[in-house]
Design a protein around this ligand. Structure first.
Ligand code: 6GU
Length: 227
């Protein structure tokens, strides 16, 4: 999968994809993330990318022209399956959405800033608008990092069997069960006996029961959702 990200803060996106699972995905050639500095497409001597809102009001608005130039240059290189704008008023990211996006080949992500982008960008270029939750971030960069992480780890071959995404919380609309590792006892705090039993049928039954209990207690809304 190829993901291009357009941002006014490229430095903010330098580190998130250079560690752990996403690093390995890129080394294996399963994922390529390219960050593009919108400032390079800015207008005039100051490479301006934002301006005052028509009609007045607080905050700046990202201008249509630098974004159009940048997007059109990128679109000349590849055909995007989705042009995604990260914005708090987008559709809330969830696991089914991440699963669906992980099946795509080429994604373009536009990070919003200031008061957002000129509406004409959304009307004429953007195919999908995504939020990562009901709270406001100062820009779309961290949201883009979250989205790329959620998608990147799902790409075939990125996770080994032992870390398979099939067992993630949310993947079957259940939260994940508790996990333990050595030692068997720490300050008198014991690992549940069943996990040491070697009886895989019992272990599976216990994990299912725990996942269901945890979901009932913490996120009953997940149990009520339709398939
Ligand atoms: Cl995508 N952007 C911003 N600025 N804030 C957010 C968000 C995105 N998702 C949740 N809050």
């Amino acid at each position: 999968m190829h993901i291009d990200i357009i941002t006014v803060l490229p430095e903010l996106l330098e580190s998130p994809f250079q560690h752990s699972i996403l690093k390995r995905a890129q080394q294996k050639g399963l994922l390529k993330v390219e960050v593009h500095d919108l400032r390079a497409y800015g207008l005039g001597r100051h490479q301006q990318v934002d301006d005052y809102p028509y009609g007045g009001g607080a905050g700046m608005v990202m201008m249509v022209e630098p974004i159009a130039r940048c997007m059109e240059e990128l679109q000349a290189r590849r055909t995007y399956d989705e042009l995604i704008y990260l914005t708090p008023d987008g559709q809330t990211l969830d696991q089914p959405m991440a699963n669906a996006l992980s099946l795509q080949q080429n994604l373009l992500l536009l990070c919003g800033h200031y008061k957002g982008v000129d509406e004409r960008v959304r009307e004429h270029y953007i195919t999908r608008e995504i939020s990562i939750g009901d709270y406001v971030l100062s820009g779309g960069e961290l949201a883009a990092a979250v989205l790329v992480d959620a998608i990147g780890r799902l790409l075939p071959g990125v996770l080994g069997d032992e870390t398979s995404a099939l067992f993630d919380s949310f993947q079957d609309r259940l939260l994940a069960p508790p996990v333990y590792t050595r030692p068997e006892e720490f300050r008198g705090w014991k690992v549940p006996e069943v996990l040491l039993s070697g009886n895989f049928a019992r272990i599976e039954a216990w994990r299912n029961e725990q996942a269901e209990r945890r979901t009932r207690e913490r996120r009953p809304d997940l149990l009520e959702e339709e398939e």
